[in-house]
Design a protein around this ligand. Structure first.
Ligand code: MLT
Length: 405
């Protein structure tokens, strides 16, 4: 979220056309006035000058939704959408202050220009001012307001979009190898609401909510369609995206997941685990889950990874974990969807996955007309982090086929 407060901007008569409306050129000026005003309330242009740079607008588009007239007062907020090395993509929204109706929004690309006129890296002070957290180890983590929650996401690279959806009770970092290596794709790895470092509301957890959050995240990133890779619970979310937002799904990678809903025993077990999370916290959940989450080989040969996954679970708030458990408990089966999937699909499974074993993956593959299957040796239920190079390689081959198909 932006650290910059919204500003009120009055529409001047000379900015309006003969019919009294703001036209596109005038809107650009209005948004520019709003940026100056926003900065004036904070550090002012000094924040750029002291770094010896100038933010040059290289691209600007305006979408307007409703007319605005002389004397109207619009509330304009400015948010960072994407942080590049030398550029920032900003979104500005002008709303009616009384009911919050969106009147117009602008998308801008600002390039930082040094004294010799060359692009120069965005100073951290400036990116932070616009509201990002920059993590040098696992890439940029940006925050996106997607309606009633704010999601954290790691967004990297350019090209067709690949949306990476993590499992339970994990976060976006299970995809760190794929994020780092799948060049030529715009890799988008969010933390689902209530997990990782995304906002964790007290309630509002359901597969539909996770899927709608992701559709809105794609909107925010101006991505129309993405190949969706979902691991386990991420696969359940991918099925829900198909149900609710099918036109956004360009291809599927179903990783260590299944289409069946929970049976009666399974639902009871979800309730019990939710109670464990709420009464004894994420550590107790980690103790119960870790032995079956990671494969035998990983448990024996990668103690640091076991520790990393434990820490990942400890990062999740207890009520986010409980919310996810209840969302999984209440999900419907996706078996009826499988025969209708026509986009290219890859099913990936760790050979040692005890939670969704290879036999289940085989059944899933056979039920989807457009699917192929790959088994990952030496990996369990979280194959992308247990056998990262092997998983990235099969992803890369599949994605290449999708791109050229
Ligand atoms: C996951 O990894 O997301 C979980 O194992 C899914 C589940 O418990 O059904």
């Amino acid at each position: 979220m932006s650290r910059l407060a919204p500003v009120s901007i009055t529409v001047y008569p000379h900015e309006c056309d003969a019919d009294g409306h703001l036209n596109a050129a005038a809107y650009l000026q209005l948004f520019e006035r709003a940026r100056w005003e926003t900065l004036a309330r904070g550090p002012g242009m000094l924040v750029f000058r002291k770094h010896g740079i100038w933010p040059a607008v290289r691209k600007a588009t305006v979408d307007y939704h409703l007319p605005a007239f002389p004397g109207d007062v619009l509330e304009v907020r400015t948010d960072l959408e994407k942080l590049g090395r030398t550029s920032m993509d900003l979104r500005q929204q002008a709303r009616r202050p009384n009911d919050g109706t969106l009147v117009a929004d602008a998308h801008l690309v600002l390039v930082m220009i040094d004294g010799s006129g060359n692009p120069t890296p965005v100073p951290e002070e400036i990116s932070e001012l616009f509201g990002t957290r920059v993590s040098t180890r696992s890439g940029e983590v940006l925050r996106y307001d997607v309606g009633d929650v704010t999601l954290a996401a790691d967004v990297r690279g350019d090209g067709p979009a690949l949306l990476l959806v993590h499992g339970f009770p994990l976060d976006r970092t299970i995809w760190k190898h794929q994020l780092a290596t799948l060049a030529g794709w715009r890799r988008i790895a969010p933390d689902l609401r209530g997990l990782g470092v995304s906002e964790a509301p007290r309630d509002g957890y359901a597969m539909a909510a996770y899927a709608d959050d992701l559709a809105r995240l794609l909107d925010r990133l101006r991505v129309q369609r993405a190949v969706v890779a979902g691991l386990s619970m991420g696969g359940y979310v991918a099925f829900e995206l198909l149900r609710r937002h099918r036109d956004r799904v360009a291809g599927l990678i179903l990783c260590d997941t299944k289409a069946d809903a929970d049976g009666e025993d399974g639902r009871r077990a979800r309730d019990e685990m939710a109670r464990v999370a709420e009464t004894r916290g994420p550590a107790a959940v980690a103790e119960r889950m870790l032995p079956r989450l990671l494969g035998r080989t990983t448990q024996q040969t990668q103690p640091r990874l076991v520790q990393e996954v434990r820490e990942m679970i400890l990062r999740a708030p207890a009520h986010g974990i409980a919310g996810a458990l209840r969302a999984m408990r209440d999900r419907s089966a996706a078996n009826d969807l499988l025969g209708t999937i026509t986009v290219p699909t890859l099913v990936v499974v760790g050979q040692e996955d005890e939670l969704t074993p290879p036999a289940l993956a085989r059944g899933l593959t056979d039920a989807i007309p457009s699917a192929a299957m790959t088994t990952i040796a030496g990996a369990g239920h979280v194959a992308p982090i247990e056998a990262p190079s092997a998983v990235s390689r099969v992803f890369a081959e599949f994605l290449e086929a999708v791109r050229s198909g």
